[in-house]
Design a protein around this ligand. Sequence first.
Ligand code: FES
Ligand code: FES
Length: 166
Amino acid sequence: MKDTVNLTVNGVRYSVACEKSESLLDILRDRLGLFGAKEGCGYGECGSCTVILDGEAVTACTMRDKERIDGSEIMTIEGLADNEGNLHPLQEAFVESGAVQCGFCTPGFIMRLYALFDKNPNASANEIREAMSKNLCRCTGYEALWEAALLYQKRMLGEKDGCARK
Ligand code: FES
Ligand code: FES
């Protein structure tokens, strides 16, 4: 038996018939053809499927609560660039910092950080670390990811070069 969920993804409304067992990640990828959120572990450990649900970063692979999904506003990595295809400043910071290697973890990290800074632009180093600790990367050694987060925050806050938080 199917459920029908109504949801808004990146500003577009959808009505989707899906199986009870399907996760938000299944809906995004298999029903809506949005492949930005990646399936790594499939059980909530790697963060590669992170999207924003009503302002909160969630692992889409574990989100199966159709009552929570129904009526929600979802943001995925596809929603960050503008209509002309210009990257969001957070994406630019990742590119400039060399934080994108294989790229598999990138959408998850970016959505995790977007949700953090959207709520708390002045997030402390510990708060940034805490948010990033929910996502895994096999390539970068994390330093470039950390630099990207700080670069974006510094630009967002309008600080001058060289004032990056340690
Ligand atoms: S695929 Fe969702 S947390 Fe790993
Ligand atoms: S860039 Fe490859 S897993 Fe992070």
